[in-house]
Design a protein around this ligand. Structure first.
Ligand code: G1P
Length: 325
């Protein structure tokens, strides 16, 4: 392991792109950002901010679009609701309501045009300044028991440069992700989960993909990425791709803020990017919950045993004769 050197600064800030149109969740996303979709009882975005905070982040910049209002409201105080719960002595609900307001310093910047993920990250330039920072994409939720972002921060502080989270995926699905092109790395030999990247390709054809290591939505980036993004031409889909900027950073010298490593994640990642994955995520997280898990799992078992009979009246017991019989 080689220390990153005295120029390495602590990672205190995170940029969370949340300006997507969310077209896979219409009509919900007509007036509400998809980051507000409830995962059991919390909006997806709160899981993301909680994850950032547990990795030592104290300042979160959300890059928002036209439907930003519910996001702002969620991380703001609601005095009348708090007063009402306090008057009733409901300290449990009061704590739930208050929690999102005291997690971190949350700031907002508007992305005026949807020009891609790289463009969204660039909107954080002035807020972030000259220090390494995290980027968290709301479509990926990482189980709170698996401290992925904290590990990324640790690796960035050790090796400098930038660090991405990688997940081994089936080769035929690499076209949905940024894909890692690995290089030999003697420096990280002692760290089993760390690899060095010589490049990255955004959503390659599986036949041409340099590996099946996909980038999932967690990054710790050198501030050098901003200048690189300013000079990155639109790539895949006509958008300014963060992946293309990382490809450039991978080839730059350490003194200029270059260098790119990956942390290979082997934990629990939940996808909320489309309807089907979102439903799976809600079911999986609900199953593990202390408050509703046992009852939910019992019901789920019965529902599976019923053969997913949607004709069945909802009040019928699974062993009762079906209305069709
Ligand atoms: C984005 C990135 C891609 C990354 C993915 C992770 O793609 O461009 O490199 O692998 O997030 O979720 P998107 O899913 O926004 O199309």
């Amino acid at each position: 392991m080689s220390p990153a050197g005295p120029q390495s600064r602590a990672v205190r800030k995170a940029v969370v792109p949340a300006a997507g149109l969310g077209t896979r969740f219409l009509p919900f996303t007509k007036s509400t950002p998809k980051e507000m979709l409830p995962v059991v009882d919390k909006p997806a975005i709160q899981y993301v901010v909680e994850e950032a905070v547990s990795a030592g982040i104290t300042d979160v910049l959300m890059v928002v679009g036209r439907t930003k209002r519910p996001l702002e409201d969620h991380f703001d105080v609601v005095p009348e609701l708090e007063a009402n719960l306090a008057a009733k002595g409901d300290s449990t609900k009061l704590a739930l309501v208050h929690r999102s307001t005291e997690l971190a310093d949350v700031h907002y910047v508007r992305q005026h045009e949807a020009k891609g993920l790289g463009h969204a990250v660039l909107a954080g330039k002035h807020h972030v300044g000259d220090e390494p920072f995290a980027v968290l994409l709301g479509d990926d939720l990482i189980d709170e028991r698996d401290a992925l972002l904290a590990r990324l921060v640790e690796v960035q502080q050790t090796y400098g440069g930038s660090v991405v989270a990688l997940l081994e995926v089936p080769q035929e699905t690499v076209n949905m992700y940024g894909c890692a092109d690995l290089a030999p790395d003697e420096a990280s030999e002692g760290d089993d989960d760390v690899v060095r990247l010589k490049g990255m390709v955004e959503k390659p054809d599986p036949a041409d993909a340099p590996s099946n290591l996909a980038v999932i939505g967690r990054y710790v980036l050198s501030p050098a990425v901003f200048e690189v993004l300013e000079n990155t031409a639109p790539g895949k889909g006509g958008e300014i791709q963060l992946t293309d900027a990382l490809e450039t950073l991978a080839g730059m010298p350490a003194e200029a803020g270059g260098g790119l490593r990956g942390v290979v994640f082997r934990g629990r990642r939940y996808d909320t990017g489309d309807k089907l994955d979102y439903l799976k995520t809600v079911v999986r997280l609900a199953s593990g919950r202390e408050d509703v898990g046992a009852e939910f799992n019992a019901w789920l078992g019965e529902w599976v045993a019923s053969g997913f009979d949607t004709e069945q009246p909802t009040h019928a017991r699974p062993d009762a004769p079906s209305a069709k019989a």
